[in-house]
Design a protein around this ligand. Structure first.
Ligand SMILES: Cc1ncc(COP(=O)(O)O)c(C=O)c1O
Length: 394
């Protein structure tokens, strides 16, 4: 394969994100790999305890991904098949697959085109469209705090029937608390690009003993005892299958890395805050660029820094993105709304005209590089390139 000059330029430039796997995490993985027990075991139990303490939750249950966590948290609600679940359309496709895979029906909610999250009026409108919803998934988009209590009230749902998608929101504070304790269950992601990168992995936190016990069994085939407990001294090969399960457990290798990575999170977050502040200072007056809304009454985890290319008469988002990429600056789009994707159009029906805020934002959102390894000089370089791309003086 011939490597083009543009590809070469890209390979030496500013990536959209960097997964920082620390020397401590590598050493922890190595220790587990050398120890003879590599699947779910004592490291997972320790990571769960430490993560629960970190967010102040009663329980944390480790899973293979946030997507699996969302599915399990929804199944733990034991709703009738086909019950309706509210979710923003401005979300990751996996979060909507999770609702379908739990045997439930997603009902898409519009967003405020400024905050890119549903406001209570959007939730109320969606809840009134058709039979009453039984549950809701609330997304803390980009790491910004969503007002979970206000959204639950708008949906007329008790908090136990709210599941938070906190894939972006480890470190977010909302409603005066760390995200992870507000609703029935909260699902975190440790995917390679996330604030606590492990490659793959997820965690569900809950205050409810029954939910924790359900997810703990359902993540491993519905078994009454996992392998570690069966092989412990005095353990037995016997087990029962108590509930319908899936295969979504975390390995001890991942969990050991997670424990080591968690010790770095505060430092990483403080760098994310500095990067966000530098972008804000540099881009605030750039014509045609709308800045992310600053969090009110909470703490932003700055998983993403999403601007909107918002001057309809000028250059398009796609042109700006292509221009940045041409200069070797990685960017992304969060998200292509779910109702714009073919499979979901087929399964969920036609939402044309029903989600105007989402449709308006869909062609404008652009995620700039955001990770703790970004230097000030790199942030300045991105800002300069963005100004150039939108045709504004720098
Ligand atoms: C909003 C949102 N929800 C859920 C997920 C799924 O996370 P995971 O890859 O851990 O399943 C993602 C991943 O990108 C996401 O952005």
């Amino acid at each position: 394969m011939t490597v083009t000059a543009a590809a070469l330029a890209r390979s030496t430039s500013i990536p959209f994100c960097v997964a920082d796997i620390t020397p401590e995490a590598r050493a922890a993985a190595d220790r587990v790999l050398s120890g003879g027990w590599v699947t779910t075991g004592p490291e997972v139990a320790a990571f769960e305890d430490e993560f629960a303490a970190f967010v102040g939750a009663r329980h944390a249950v480790a899973v293979s991904s946030c997507t699996a966590g969302l599915q399990l948290a929804l199944r733990a609600l034991e709703l009738p098949a086909g019950a309706r679940v509210l979710t923003p359309s401005m979300t990751f496709a996996g979060a909507v697959h999770a609702i379908l895979q739990a045997g439930l029906e997603p009902v898409l909610v519009d967003v405020d085109p400024e905050t890119l999250m549903p406001a209570p009026e959007h939730v109320a409108a969606a809840a009134e469209r058709g039979p009453r919803p039984s549950a809701m998934v609330v997304l803390h988009y980009a790491g910004a705090p969503a007002d979970v209590a206000a959204l639950a009230e708008a949906a007329r749902l008790p908090m136990e029937f709210v599941v938070e998608d906190a894939a972006h929101a480890l470190w977010t504070r909302a409603g005066g608390r760390d995200v992870g304790t507000l609703s029935g269950a909260t699902c975190f992601s440790f995917y390679a690009t996330k604030n606590l990168p492990l490659g793959e992995g997820g965690m569900v936190t809950t205050q409810d003993d029954r939910t924790a016990s359900y997810i703990r069994r359902a993540r491993l085939h519905g078994m009454s005892k996992d392998a570690w407990r069966r092989y412990l001294p005095g353990g037995t090969w016997r087990y029962d299958i108590e509930i319908a399960g899936i295969k979504a457990n975390m390995t001890d290798v991942t969990a050991a890395m997670g424990r080591a990575q968690l010790a770095h999170l505060a430092t990483w977050q403080s760098r994310r805050e500095q990067v966000a502040a530098r972008y804000q200072a540099a881009l605030a007056d750039l014509p045609g660029i709308r800045m992310p809304i600053e969090s009110t009454g909470g703490r932003h985890a700055w998983h993403l820094f999403v601007v909107q290319v918002a001057r309809a008469d000028a250059v398009s988002r796609d042109t700006v993105a292509a221009d940045l990429e041409e200069r070797g600056i990685g960017c992304s789009v969060h998200f292509i709304p779910v109702h714009h994707l073919r499979y979901f159009r087929e399964v969920l029906g036609d939402y044309a005209g029903l989600l105007p805020g989402t449709d308006a934002a869909a062609d404008r959102v652009l995620s700039l590089p955001m990770h703790p390894r970004l230097s000030d000089a790199e942030v300045d370089c991105v800002c300069e390139a963005l100004a150039d791309a939108v045709g504004a003086p720098w």
